[in-house]
Design a protein around this ligand. Structure first.
Ligand code: UTP
Length: 416
């Protein structure tokens, strides 16, 4: 009973009285469950995160500069071969692993189930996003005579469904012991008044804590130790929803090795100053990605001596880290950004509300915020038509329709 009283006091202190009323409607077992859950919540942090949603992001005091990159297209044949050779050696030695971040909610796509289980309507029969990724890795395995260990980050919400789906589809022909699922952490969602929401199981509604959660969850889940045991030295981390993502690009890996850096990333040229992508820069001397929403208009339009956008290298979630870099980042706290999203919840009468408008904040750490822990990064500029076909929105830009077109055109050009 003491526990209950403590929890009630805590909820009162943080203006969450509606949860006390909700708890009164629950049976003893559910009540115990929600009490345990509430005890894990850092209310001080949640209050801070909520307050931050009302603040403008200020980048003025920071020194921002353009960042250097290497354009893959402009490499000579000799340069390219050298980089590919360096990268290939690492993969052939079995020192390369891939992580797919598949813990997102995929709210914009409105697909029920994990995003990787979405079937893209390509070549009549269609292919699942997980299937497309598996094919890309199997191709690399064939080329380099190895099986690249494939780590898939799920969320508490979608772990079981992801596992069941992969089992049912026989891991799309991938060696089962080389596909390792691990779960990421969660944070509660809050509505515009800073109130916690109730999920359909009658508990506090939480959601995965952003793709930046990948570093700490790699460590706490044991996946990082597993990589060490396997002798992994380089780790590629990418998203689940870019159907042209190249997960074993030997040029990118070779560039990182040649430049003797711990982190590397592939970029593409921003289509226009208003495109909604994050761009690379150096902030106070460290690599950084500025989100489109945080880049002042004037800077977004600035051009360099060649007439190219000064901040025009878009981040496409195609990142490479040494294992030491992951170890280091996994112990550092990353800041949380807020994303305003549509999230269903139970009202005070236990009735499910499915909002038609965005109603709540999800707090997310971003993978690229980890770049600033390093002095340098190797950036390889790829090509949009070869490297980037995201499935984000149900319709319009970056939708299944645009991704299908880009995917089919790519394979038309690269037919064997
Ligand atoms: P997005 O930020 O585009 O989010 O994820 P999303 O969840 O797929 O879609 P929306 O915003 O709800 O519509 C980019 C990549 O990061 C992963 C996603 O699965 C995707 O591969 N991600 C995102 C995670 O693994 N965990 C998260 O908490 C968030």
């Amino acid at each position: 009973m003491d526990k209950l009283q403590d929890v009630i006091e805590l909820l009162k202190e943080y203006n969450q009285e509606h949860i006390i009323r909700w708890m009164n409607t629950l049976d003893e077992e559910k009540k115990r469950e929600i009490i345990e859950q509430i005890k894990q919540i850092d209310f001080h942090q949640m209050t801070e995160l909520y307050d931050n949603t009302k603040k403008e992001v200020e980048i003025k005091e920071n020194k921002i500069e353009a960042i250097k990159y290497i354009d893959k297209e402009k490499l000579t044949v000799i340069e390219r071969k050298e980089l590919e050779g360096l990268g290939e050696q690492v993969i052939r030695k079995g020192e390369y692993a891939v992580v797919t971040m598949a813990g997102g909610q995929g709210t914009r796509l409105e697909h029920t189930g994990p995003k990787g289980t979405f079937k893209l309507d390509v070549y009549g029969k269609g292919k699942y996003l997980f299937e497309i990724l598996a094919e890309n890795l199997k191709e690399a395995n064939k080329n380099y005579g190895v099986t690249i260990p494939w780590y898939i980050m799920t969320s508490k919400e979608n772990n079981e469904a992801t596992y069941d789906f992969l089992e049912k589809n026989n891991y799309f022909g991938y060696e089962k012991e080389d596909v390792i699922l691990f779960e990421q952490g969660e944070l509660p969602l809050i509505n515009t008044e800073g109130k916690l929401l109730i999920n359909k199981n009658g508990l506090i509604k939480e959601a995965s804590d952003g793709n930046g959660g990948v570093f700490s969850s790699l460590r706490t889940s044991g996946a990082l130790s597993d990589m060490k045991e396997r002798g992994i030295k380089w780790i590629f981390i990418g998203g689940v929803d870019n159907v042209l993502l190249k997960m074993a690009d030997t040029t990118l890996l070779g560039l990182a090795i040649k430049e003797n850096v711990q982190i590397a990333s592939k970029s593409i040229v921003k289509a226009n100053p208003t495109e909604r992508v994050g761009v690379f820069c150096k902030m106070n001397g460290h690599p950084k990605v500025i989100e489109y929403s945080e880049l002042p208009e004037k800077m977004a339009e600035e051009v360099d001596n060649n007439g190219e956008l000064k901040y025009g290298e878009a981040h496409i979630m195609c990142n490479l880290f040494t294992i030491d870099a992951i170890e280091k980042i996994s112990k550092e706290p990353l800041i949380y950004h807020s994303a305003f999203k549509k999230n269903s919840y139970l009202d005070e009468n236990g009735k499910e509300v499915i909002p038609s408008e965005k109603n709540s904040y999800k707090f997310e750490a971003f993978i690229f915020d980890a770049f600033e822990f390093f002095d340098d990064i190797a950036i390889l500029r790829g090509k949009r038509e070869d490297d980037f076909a995201p499935v984000k929105n149900k319709e319009g830009v970056d939708s299944p329709k645009t991704a299908k077109e880009l995917y089919e055109k790519f394979w038309e050009r690269n037919k064997k």
